[in-house]
Design a protein around this ligand. Structure first.
Ligand code: PLP
Ligand code: ZN
Length: 422
């Protein structure tokens, strides 16, 4: 029944059968990698069989996922993923770059990257007949779990810090989840959730705890791969200078480290299947005030030391990242690096992306803020092809957005007043 071989611990490399464990390594608490059945996939599918599938969602990659068909049909859960990639030529010029794109994850059903993970976890929950799914969340993971669960009639419970932005809490409530606000940090909510799940027998989606979140998140790498294949075809025809390009460079914001690890896993899957011959460079961006993973990378260690997180980018505000080890490896193994940015740079990035028609929440704009830094530091070269990921919508945190702009003037309803302010 299981569509995967088992799990491998990212720390001690012990392998487990699908029924043997559910969350993390019983020996050392390490994050578990799902081991896909690469041999069977290779025998059954060529890359063209995947790229010619019709689903305009992450479900086009079902053959590469460790779950079977999602429950129901034509629901928002079936629409997760397959987000657009936009060219940003004006920002590229401004930064002295030639090739810059943005993948806009705010266009997921609940407006963040987290839908990828929640769509796959809710499908897994259905498969194992879990009555209740639960997660701790700063907001987006919860909104995604609540939304994907509502779509297929799954019961969901969300623990969020009481400081979560209001729009995110509104989403949780509107999607009909049971919402419990914790008088504490995200980390407090996280620990409480795993305890409650054990106590009450709920299926826990916590990021960097449930191995299936990463499997959902890896689908973003598959989409980037397909886009890259298509882009190559065009460039070839036009005899573009990109024919002899350096590897794609991907910028992604990092909190717990599960998104960056998922993107890394997706490209590793493609590499193992022999469908790509080069890995992209992956660059993680953290807020200066919440940089536990960047700190570990810079100290050349996989031991993550917790910080006391303080940043306005709530989605990446984490004391103890739950997927830090794999997040360090994601950049180390791809010749990437970590960049840290201030809250002021994040706000500036919201404003710059906004002028391109892209509305990002603080954690979403963080990747672009990282690119601005990286370009200044010479981490990327002017002709590198660069893809920045916007992980969440600006509508999620309107208060932060208002810090990126000047307030609108209020005038009397007369032409004279209009003339005066123009
Ligand atoms: C969760 C989230 C992130 C960070 O993902 P991690 O897996 O915690 O590193 C970044 N941006 C947004 C909008 C998110 O919701
Ligand atoms: Zn282990």
């Amino acid at each position: 029944m299981n569509k995967f071989i088992g799990y491998r611990c990212s720390i001690c490399a012990t392998e487990y059968l699908p029924g043997q464990v559910t969350y993390t390594c019983p020996a050392d608490g390490g994050n578990l990698d799902v081991i896909p059945d690469y041999e069977t996939i290779k025998k059954k599918f060529r890359s063209e069989d995947i790229t010619s599938r019709r689903a305009a969602s992450l479900w086009r990659y079902l053959p590469l996922l460790p779950v079977s068909d999602p429950p129901g049909d034509l629901t928002p859960l079936h629409a997760a993923g397959w987000t657009p990639i936009f060219a940003l030529p004006r920002l590229a010029t401004k930064l002295g770059l030639k090739h810059l794109w943005l993948k806009d994850e705010s266009r997921n059903p609940t407006a963040s990257f987290k839908d990828r993970a929640s769509a796959v976890v809710v499908t897994r929950a259905h498969e194992i007949k879990a009555e209740v799914v639960v997660t701790a969340s700063t907001g987006n993971a919860g909104a995604a779990l609540a939304g994907m669960s509502a779509a297929v009639g799954q019961k969901a419970i969300i623990f969020a810090p009481k400081s979560a932005p209001q729009a995110k809490v509104a989403q949780l409530l509107v999607f009909g989840a049971k919402v419990i606000l914790v008088d504490g940090t995200y980390d407090d909510a996280f620990d409480l959730t795993t305890k409650a799940a054990d106590e009450f027998g709920w299926y826990c989606r916590n990021t960097g705890y449930n191995p299936f979140t990463l499997e959902g998140k890896k689908t973003a790498a598959f989409e980037i791969w397909e886009w890259w294949l298509g882009a190559h075809r065009d460039w070839h025809k036009k005899d573009s200078p990109l024919n002899n390009h350096s590897p794609l460079v991907i910028f992604v914001s990092v909190g717990d480290g599960n998104i960056i690890s998922g993107i890394h896993k997706g490209f590793k899957d493609l590499f193992t299947l022999g469908w790509i011959s080069n890995m992209p460079r992956i660059i993680g961006v953290q807020a200066e005030g919440s940089a536990a993973i960047a700190n570990a990378f810079r100290a050349n260690t996989e031991a993550i030391t917790p910080v006391s997180a303080a940043t306005l980018a709530d989605s990446i505000s984490v004391d103890l990242p739950r997927d830090g080890v794999r997040a360090v490896r994601a950049v180390k193994e791809t010749d990437g690096t970590y960049i840290t940015v201030s809250d002021a740079e994040i706000i500036q990035a919201i404003a710059e992306l906004g002028k391109m028609g892209i509305f990002a929440e603080p954690a979403g704009a963080t990747a672009y803020a990282g690119l601005v830094r990286a370009a200044g530091l010479g981490v990327v070269r002017s002709d590198d092809p660069i893809l920045v990921i916007n992980t969440g919508s600006g509508l999620k945190d309107v208060r932060a957005a208002m810090q990126a702009v000047q307030p609108a003037p209020i005038i009397e309803p007369t032409l004279a007043a209009v003339k005066k302010i123009l």
